[in-house]
Design a protein around this ligand. Structure first.
Ligand code: CS2
Length: 462
């Protein structure tokens, strides 16, 4: 029989050793609106906010899912409470209380706007993934994107994160409210700058030049680098939480012990330093190192590892040949594009990948390759080419992605990617190289890169 459901009234029943919210939850105020409350948000930013609530009441969160009602259905009966499992040699369990409200935007648009125009709300954060920014490869807002096209004709019922944020800011301005701070938490280089540009271009495309000028002048978009390995929730985690905490949680989350948030300085969010965030004048170097080394290596392990039949990161790392390849790529190719001594950082990442307590599936990382690879591998590749260095190793994850996509299409297995429709019809290397949505023209036309990808592709199993 499963134990009783996790609710505020039942926190007393939690087994000793479970960490509980260390503040009066009813005295907190919703000061944060978060878009995209997936596992990563709940394991990362919501944990930082939970820390902040010990001393500041205005860090409680309204979590907005754009479409999927799943999280609201899971957490509403728990009044937003859920368990975070930290996985190291010994697992530890903590009930997170920072999410006070979960909304599904399509079901409750008025409630989302009410939060966005609340005088108490001062911070907006996002984990909407790379594709949620709706950008062209050149970094402009993709006005042909179906959600953006929709939002430009009906801005009062937005579908995209960009549409929600812009309309929310427009209503704040109309109400004479204080501006917001916006902290994007997605794995894109210059995420603050990119988001700002997308919102300004959206306002301009609406014909709202005054709004664009107000947003440009008043709203603090700050880049952030986020890091913590967060495997998806499965039934094993639910069962373990029920056993260890003694309460049933419909949607617990898990992560490794390591957690890092680097936030560009100069906004009211600087106070997050109190919870352990790093506040830095320039986040670009942190973002670049993390995206290229950790995420670049992750995607390499995902595609090359799945072609070899592995299912998890730690399994792929136990393959000596693959682990040595990834390490060489990090040390001899990627590190050369960074302005820092990356030796210890690389060693730390490889150790995290080997964490036996973390079961991180390669298929989870393989999602959305067309969106991830440009930031993770292609920027590094372009810099290596410009510096006249070889790109043979850097071509391997790209060729492995192509082989992986082809294999999935052949076997009729779903490809999770916004370009899935197009990708599943591609046959052969040249068809992939023509993908303007993924490969910038100058790169695709570079004979050295083409030759390297061709060699790597030829060496990989079909
Ligand atoms: C992973 C990331 O799923 C993926 O693509 O590479 O989610 C990774 O685990 C995080 O960025 C770590 O901070």
């Amino acid at each position: 029989m499963s134990p009783p459901r996790l609710t505020p009234a039942r926190l007393d029943l939690a087994r000793p050793g479970t960490a509980l919210p260390a503040y009066e939850r009813h005295a907190t105020k919703i000061g944060v609106v978060h878009f995209g409350p997936g596992a990563f948000h709940r394991a990362h930013q919501a944990w930082y906010f939970d820390e902040m609530l010990r001393t500041r009441p205005d860090f409680a969160v309204c979590a907005v899912s754009l479409r999927s009602p799943g999280l609201r259905e899971a957490l509403a009966p728990q009044d937003g409470l859920y368990v975070l499992a930290e996985r190291e040699a010994d697992s530890s369990f903590r009930v997170i209380g920072s999410i006070r409200e979960v909304l599904t935007a399509t079901q409750a648009p008025a409630a989302v706007f009410a939060r966005l125009t609340s005088p108490q709300v001062w911070l907006v954060t996002s984990t909407v993934t790379e594709k949620g920014y709706c950008l062209t490869p050149d970094g402009d807002l993709d006005t042909a994107h179906p959600d953006i096209a929709h939002d430009l004709t009906r801005p009062e019922v937005p579908a995209s994160f960009i549409g929600w944020l812009t309309e929310g800011l427009a209503r704040r301005r109309a109400a004479g409210l204080a501006p917001l701070t916006v902290l994007p938490c997605d794995n894109l280089s210059d995420n603050g700058g990119r988001l700002r540009r997308a919102v300004l271009q959206f306002a301009a495309a609406l014909g709202e030049a005054d709004l664009a000028a107000w947003i440009a002048g008043e709203t603090a978009f700050r880049s952030t680098m986020v890091d913590s390995i967060t495997p998806a929730t499965d039934d094993a985690l639910r069962a373990e939480v029920a056993r260890a905490v003694g309460l049933t949680d419909a949607w617990p989350v898990q992560r490794e012990g390591f957690v890092q948030w680097v936030i560009e300085a100069g906004s009211p969010a600087d106070v997050l330093a109190q919870a352990g965030a790093t506040i830095a004048p320039d986040v670009a170097a942190f973002e670049r190192a993390k995206l290229r080394l950790l995420n670049g290596a992750h995607s390499t392990l995902a595609y090359a590892g799945m072609l070899k039949g592995y299912e998890t990161v730690s399994q792929a790392m136990a393959d000596l040949e693959l682990a040595a390849f990834v390490e060489a790529m990090m040390r001899q190719d990627i590190a050369l594009t960074l302005d820092l001594e990356a030796g210890d950082y690389i060693a730390g990442i490889l150790k995290r990948f080997r964490n036996p307590a973390i079961v991180h599936t390669l298929s989870q990382i393989a999602w959305d390759g067309s969106q991830k690879l440009p930031f993770r591998i292609l920027e590094t590749t372009a810099e290596a080419l410009a510096a006249g260095r070889p790109v043979d190793r850097l071509a391997v994850p790209i060729a492995a992605w192509m082989r992986f996509v082809e294999r999935r299409a052949r076997e009729g297995v779903e490809i999770v990617d916004p370009l899935a429709g197009k990708l599943s019809g591609l046959r052969g290397l040249d068809a992939f190289l023509d993908l303007g949505e993924v490969f910038p023209r100058t790169l695709a036309a570079d004979a050295r890169w083409q030759a390297a990808v061709r060699t790597a592709y030829g060496a990989l199993p079909a």
